[in-house]
Write a protein that binds this ligand. Structure first.
Ligand SMILES: O=C(O)CCC(=O)C(=O)O
Ligand SMILES: [Fe+2]
Length: 386
């Protein structure tokens, strides 16, 4: 009977030690909430003991889940495009071998790790993260000046759904006039280091995304006639800068800082500071923490390539969880088509028995609009599925 008299919110204030998980646990144990009476404090303490052990067991369970998925993490390939410091040359034997590996990784996991070292890239990673800190440290009213009519571009730091995340999305950031306009808006007195670093980092990442797209074409031995389609798939890009706050509720708690989703791009390239947090959902339905190599990238297949390849390439669902005491900074480059591109499955991907046609042709801009207005989890299948 007593359990009906626990007010969850007062409990939280009273004890000041309950995190999100424990709070949920109390609701679970009590069924519903009612005003807390001081005579019930003994009972409440007893409950808290139970709740704490419940929360502890949840944490252990999560640790086990992570350990269980660790073996799957090891299965996600790490591909070195700069092997022996020699850049893989298009058309070479190494290029062909690597292309098959890219195809395989994108079919099995929808993602892979990428290492790529060259003289231009050296140091730029660190410079970019220093620049990002400077950007996110600007006053809120300055950051809010960055507005765009396009979805997921404007400065976003006030979302009640993902309160730990702040972001900016800049289209075609490698173009001088765009990088300059963004820099001038944030720093009216100028910040040439930021401007140059952003241009350089975004063009490096765009170059890598094109390389991956070409490898996918090669990996399937598709004829040259598809080269122009592959080029169209990266004719736009969005350079997204993100900062994730440390969760307030205690360092052992993992909070979802970015909700599960698939990207609406053709392909996404991502890197981060030293703080991990990205997870992908494996085909066997386990969340796998992606340990992105230092100075390396994670590559994730988006909805466009999934549709175009008739579902052979897997658009991996992913999310960000935050724990620990350090802020996370991440950078994503979304390579995508222009709105007017028609996405149509090449006949080479269709095979009556094993691979019947799964997607009807659609206009990329229409798909984006559909997604933004419905936010459906399985938007691609609802919009273009057969
Ligand atoms: O911050 C990350 O690591 C992931 C970001 C992401 O998935 C996105 O912006 O679509
Ligand atoms: Fe994403």
């Amino acid at each position: 009977m007593l359990q009906n008299f626990v007010l969850v919110s007062e409990l939280k204030v009273c004890e000041g030690c309950l995190d999100g998980e424990s709070y949920g646990a109390i609701e679970l144990l009590t069924g519903y909430s009612a005003p807390l009476d001081s005579s019930l404090l003994f009972f409440v303490r007893f409950r808290i003991d139970r709740v704490t052990s419940y929360a502890r067991s949840r944490k252990i369970k999560r640790k086990r889940e992570i350990m269980g998925s660790e073996s799957e993490n090891l299965m996600i390939p790490c591909l070195d495009f700069s092997k022996d410091k020699l850049r893989i040359r298009e058309g070479s034997e190494e290029w062909k071998i690597m292309s098959k590996k890219v195809r395989e990784a994108c079919e099995s996991h929808g993602c892979f790790f990428l290492i790529y070292d060259d003289d231009v890239k050296k140091g730029i990673h660190d410079d970019m993260f220093l620049c990002m800190k400077e950007l996110f440290d600007l006053p809120l009213e300055t950051k809010r000046k960055y507005k765009s009519p396009k979805a997921y571009r404007s400065y976003n730091g006030d979302s009640s759904i993902i309160p730990l995340c702040q972001s900016f999305g800049i289209d075609d950031a490698s173009l001088s006039e765009i990088a300059q306009a963004f820099t001038n808006l944030m720093w009216p007195r100028g910040n040439p280091i930021f401007c140059e670093t952003m241009k350089c980092m975004s063009s490096k990442m765009a170059e890598l995304s094109f390389m991956i797209l070409k490898m996918i074409q090669e990996g399937y031995d598709l004829p040259k006639q598809y080269t122009s389609e592959i080029e169209e798939m990266k004719s736009s890009s969005n350079f997204r800068l993100m900062k994730y706050k440390v969760p307030q509720s205690g360092d052992e708690v993992c909070e979802t800082a970015l909700l599960p989703h698939t990207d609406k791009s053709a392909v996404t390239i991502l890197c981060q500071n030293e703080v991990q947090g990205l997870e992908v959902l494996s085909k066997s339905n386990n969340w796998i923490p992606l340990k992105i190599p230092n100075q390396g990238f994670a590559v994730i297949i988006g909805d466009v390539l999934k549709a175009w390849s008739n579902g052979r390439l897997h658009a991996a669902t992913h999310r960000v969880v935050m724990s620990g005491e350090k802020e996370r900074y991440s950078i994503a480059l979304f390579a995508m088509p222009k709105d007017e591109m028609k996405i149509e499955v090449p006949s080479e991907f269709v095979e009556e028995k094993i691979h019947p046609l799964r997607y009807k042709p659609f206009n990329y801009g229409d798909y984006l609009q559909f997604f933004v207005s419905t936010l459906k989890e399985n938007a691609l299948d609802v919009f273009a599925g057969i």
